[in-house]
Ligand binder design. Structure first.
Ligand SMILES: *Cc1c(COP(=O)(O)O)cnc(C)c1O
Length: 356
């Protein structure tokens, strides 16, 4: 499918924000990608148009039964002037896994990457050059058909918007305080936890808000059945560096299969660390901390890459990890992955895709 391009005239383009005012997801670029889907016709009218509001019928199914899935990836401006994407094939496949679970149409992965590249290429002046900054890319699919029956929609919209974002760590690599919640759950076995469905995030807000009111930046989620097995931290996957192994919860169906998670596991194995994907209980974590066998805990995700955990709150107690400091392994993963993303370290695994 050809992508029609309707560029904004140069004199009508927006002013770019200063590097210091980037933040996260607050500024949007001049253009967006969009295409339509109708049952029996498939995806059509792929186009890049000026960034604009979309109109929806108030009966559009997205507004009632939450058929919405999204992705998140970034474009990085290298010191060599190249713009790189990091493993976009994984986002393409995950979008389709999410879409299938919500009875939504899939998108050819090659076309998905082509569309992302076409948009980023047109917006290349928007990819920030400041250290640690990037262009965040948000592909999204929603059900647009106006109908009130509870059933899969017959019409959809897929769009991609982009937003220049600042470095996640403005004052250096800061460990966060996390609260373990045994009151709320994010996802259940047989549910949609493994998808990037918008509804998962609505379900997570309450716990995050309560944790923040108590001075913690995010929650650590436990499994829904027993409230014992660790699942994720906020909207990140989680890793535990014990003296003898690096452990992350196995993908059980209620855990989001992160691109960063997969990259950390692959790197760990290349570095001859014992990387285990298996069930891990909160008791094992607390015991490891009490006995000094658990050296580091960190979250992984596209936004922060690696987010060290300095304090874990569980059952009325705060447990400090690595004296509340960023550990050497978290730092090593952060430097390797960001090095590959910005082109300062060799990409020997074919992880990056250059936008040209
Ligand atoms: C997106 C996301 C992650 C991280 O995935 P990445 O592909 O590494 O960005 C982890 N958990 C949840 C719930 C997420 O939504």
């Amino acid at each position: 499918m050809r992508i029609e391009i309707h560029p904004v005239p140069p004199q009508e383009r927006k002013a770019k924000p200063q590097p210091s005012e980037l933040g996260f997801g607050q500024h949007f670029t001049d253009h967006m990608f969009i295409m339509d889907y109708i049952h029996n016709k498939g995806w059509h009218k792929a186009r890049i148009v000026p960034y604009q509001a979309i109109t929806l019928d108030p009966a559009a199914l997205i507004l009632h039964y939450a058929q919405a899935v999204f992705e998140g990836l970034k474009a990085y401006h290298g010191e060599d002037g190249q713009i790189r994407l990091f493993r976009p094939d994984m986002n393409a496949r995950r979008l389709n896994a999410s879409a299938e679970r919500l009875c939504m149409p899939t998108i050819d992965p090659g076309f998905f990457i082509h569309a992302v590249k076409a948009l980023v290429d047109l917006e290349r002046d928007w990819v920030p050059r400041a250290q640690g900054a990037s262009l965040y890319i948000r592909p999204t699919m929603i059900a647009t058909e106006p109908a009130l029956g509870v059933r899969p929609a017959l019409e959809y919209l897929f769009f991609i918007i982009t937003s220049p974002v600042g470095a996640y760590y403005k004052e250096g690599f800061n460990p966060v305080k996390i609260m373990v919640t045994d009151r709320y759950v994010r996802a259940v076995p047989g549910g949609i936890g493994y998808t990037k469905a918008a509804a998962n995030y609505a379900a997570s807000l309450k716990a995050a808000q309560e944790a923040q009111a108590q001075g913690y930046s995010q929650v650590l989620w436990l499994d829904a059945r027993e409230r014992r097995f660790v699942e994720e931290v906020g909207t990140m996957n989680i890793f535990f560096h014990f003296k003898d192994a690096l452990v992350t919860p196995a993908l059980s169906g209620s855990i989001l299969p992160g691109v960063t998670r997969d990259s950390v596991i692959q790197l760990a194995r290349e570095w001859d660390l014992e990387a285990q994907e298996r069930p891990i209980t909160i008791e094992e974590v607390i015991e490891g901390l009490e006995e000094g066998r658990l050296l580091e805990v960190f979250g992984t995700g596209t936004a922060a890459v690696i987010s060290p955990v300095g304090v874990l709150h569980y059952k009325e107690r705060d447990y400090t990890i690595n004296q509340g400091e960023t550990g050497p392994l978290a730092r090593r993963f952060f430097e390797e992955i960001t090095g590959i993303q910005y082109g300062t370290r060799p990409d020997t695994r074919g992880w990056t895709v250059t936008v040209e």
